[in-house]
Design a protein around this ligand. Structure first.
Ligand SMILES: Nc1ncnc2c1ncn2[C@@H]1O[C@H](COP(=O)(O)OP(=O)(O)OP(=O)(O)O)[C@@H](O)[C@H]1O
Ligand SMILES: [Mg+2]
Length: 249
């Protein structure tokens, strides 16, 4: 359960360029929900994700996970619960390292330090199995450097790596913005699978009308830093694309 209590975020407070990015947002997201977050440019979507992920501290209000106040807990200490994938496929992986070494790094991020990850065959086998599941043929390119892959291939692997270990919450900020439709389907299909099979809570920011309609058990629209709409799947399917299109501002 993620709880936001009266979250406000003001940039440049007290200055001429003061900007209210989030205004008194309260929100509860239950474990296992798949929330799709939409809204016009500048409506506060990324700021909301940053506050949940600990990249930004709120100006006021509280963030709780499973009831525990984590508002002051820094980003790196939240990584045991929270994984993030960004718009830019170059974020989140080491381009000069091979696919396999990137997987090793990802596993080290959350696994207990004393666990010897990279050395064992079992780890490699597990990585191969997971990569083969993507259906992109990347299991045959384990020793290729990450930087040589296409944006779509990298983004799919980044998502896969982000849940290598125990992750409760997956934050996706326009993860498919730079991808072709086929890669986008692989990436979002993977997020959907993690949500349904592993019960991972997903928050997806998207500017794609179709994706907003297709993915998620709950659709939230932000408007000028406030929650303007918040609907469940059943209500969502009663909306036309034109209805949702209005929500994008
Ligand atoms: N670090 C920052 N410093 C100052 N202003 C910021 C900062 N980050 C965001 N803002 C401002 O806060 C507002 C909300 O930004 P945010 O990035 O959350 O919007 P968004 O909904 O993600 O937009 P987009 O769809 O364009 O990604 C914007 O007006 C933005 O300019
Ligand atoms: Mg954004």
């Amino acid at each position: 359960m993620i709880t936001l209590e009266n979250i406000s975020k003001v940039f440049h407070k007290g200055k001429e360029n003061e900007l209210v990015a989030l205004a008194d947002v309260s929100l509860q997201i239950a474990k296992g929900e798949f929330v799709t977050l939409v809204g016009a440019n500048g409506s506060g979507k990324t700021t909301l994700l940053n506050i949940i992920g600990g990249v930004e501290k709120p100006s006021s209000g509280l963030v709780r996970i499973n009831g525990e106040d984590i508002t002051r807990i820094p980003e790196h200490k939240r990584s045991k619960w929270i994984a993030r994938v960004f718009q830019n496929p170059n974020n989140g992986t080491a381009p000069d390292l091979t696919i396999l070494d990137n997987f090793r790094l990802a596993a080290l991020r959350t696994r207990h330090k004393s666990l010897r990850v990279g050395a064992d065959k079992a780890f490699k086998k597990e990585a191969i199995n997971r990569i083969a599941d993507l259906g992109m043929g990347l299991e045959n390119k384990l020793n290729q450097s990450m930087g040589n892959l296409s944006g779509g291939q990298r983004q799919a692997l980044t998502l896969l790596m982000s849940v290598m270990d125990k992750t409760d919450i997956l934050l996706l900020d326009e993860p498919t913005a730079a991808l072709d439709p086929k890669s986008a389907r692989v990436v979002l299909g993977l997020a959907d699978k993690f949500n349904k099979q592993l019960g991972i809570t997903v928050i997806l920011i998207t500017h794609s009308l179709k994706d907003a309609q297709q993915y998620g058990s709950r659709l939230i629209q932000l408007q000028e830093g406030k929650i303007a709409r918040d609907i469940n799947t059943e209500s969502k399917w009663q909306l036309s694309l034109a209805d949702i299109s209005e929500w994008f501002g």
